[in-house]
Design a protein around this ligand. Sequence first.
Ligand code: ADP
Length: 495
Amino acid sequence: MTDQYILAIDQGTSSSRAVLLTTDMRPVASAQEEFPQIYPASGWVEHDPEAIWRSVESVIRAALKSAAIDTGAIAGIGITNQRETTLLWDRSTGKAVGNAIVWQDRRTADLCGQLREAGHEDTVSEKTGLRLDPYFSATKLKWLLDNTPGARQRAERGELAFGTVDSFLTWRLTGGAAHVTDASNASRTMLFDIREQRWDDELLALFDVPRAVLPKVLDCAADFGETAVPFLKQGTRVTGIAGDQQAALIGQAGFEPGMTKSTYGTGCFVITNTGDAPLKSRNQLLSTIAYRLDGKVTYGLEGSVFVAGSALQWLRDELGLIDSAPESEAVARTTGVVDDVYVVPAFAGLGAPYWDPHARGAVFGLSRGSDRNTIVTATLQSVAYQTHDLVVSMREDGVVPAVIRVDGGMTANDWFLQFLADVLDTPVERPVNVESTVLGAACLAALGCGAFADVAGIRSVWQSERVFEPAMDSSRRDQLLAGWSDAVSRTRGAR
Ligand code: ADP
């Protein structure tokens, strides 16, 4: 038999990637391409669906070229995607009726406020595990239906299709034959009942969404459809789909209740596997579908930090204190833990457990001796403190992670990971492959096409590279955390 490969597509917020891997998950080629962000008004963020599609086609072509493999050798395609981003397209032409509304877009904040005031938040969170927030797809879809001329009537006549990015890409890859999504992406739309595993009539009525626009929801490893595009062999199957954060949990082999992953990219996203029942958070964390395999749902508890790696980009691009993000490690090593200065990077408000959209960033405790190194190190520390606050919320919800598996660009920083373990008082484990999102999509595709018989296959390819053990004494930790807590409270009082 000839060698077989998996094609993993990672359609992210700022770029698209394609990675070719062997069926035992060794990457052989990859390509990445950025695409434009569109900001039509304050708080609005859009993507051109054609730009997304072109970038995906282009990275697939580039990865295939660099691997020099025959397209017939692709056993299955996996897709992972920026979640919640909302598209609406014409079923007959495949053309979107307008730009995609990106997850970061806040244009429906007032609508969410009105629905909250009308008392709908409890129903929404009970059924979907989410908060009534513009972040999720439902109000974005309503906006597209209400503000695109003719769209509502056409949707009701069954002429339009809604989807998150995974769904749009699968539609395009299959030449319009498949209008599908997976349960993890469906769970981020705010239209899907995560217990009953179905689109919910009451939510569809609340958000004014006609059922005719909805995709079919499948397991994360399934037969999503066969390709009908010139750059891939006809009939290649799409066999795995998951939203980016859920894909990272899968790539980290987080298959047991209590297993936790934390991804450090632009922001930081923590998901804990909570097993076969969704957990109702008392701290406004989200319950979500972690994955659905063989019809069996596994739930996750999720929290996020808005500013993680992007704080380092701020030091580099706005303050000019470092030339590159990796330089922060050498700086922190020479400086050591900073205990008098706190950077609170609340550039876009504070997430869990504070949920304060009005908080803004600040630096506290500066003295005449504070220098560039102090600020750089304190910024790295702030990412660990914010993770601590999330993990405390999870602990209060009854989830106590024994180990945190980390991935993403920032995890190249050993100093940061040691400080994180110290602050969390929990071991932090880094895998050999820190590209967990892509790996998760590839693993699902391998599962869906039969290259893996079951999740044991995924467990067997996950490899630990290093464990950072907590080594800070508790009085020191308490003192640092008290200083952080004081600094955070001052960013809130500052309004
Ligand atoms: P995304 O997928 O969100 O684009 P990545 O996983 O590629 O993010 O990670 C990129 C982020 O990681 C950037 O925000 C960058 O500032 C940060 N980063 C990269 N290397 C380091 C490092 N050695 N130390 C600290 N931060 C880093």
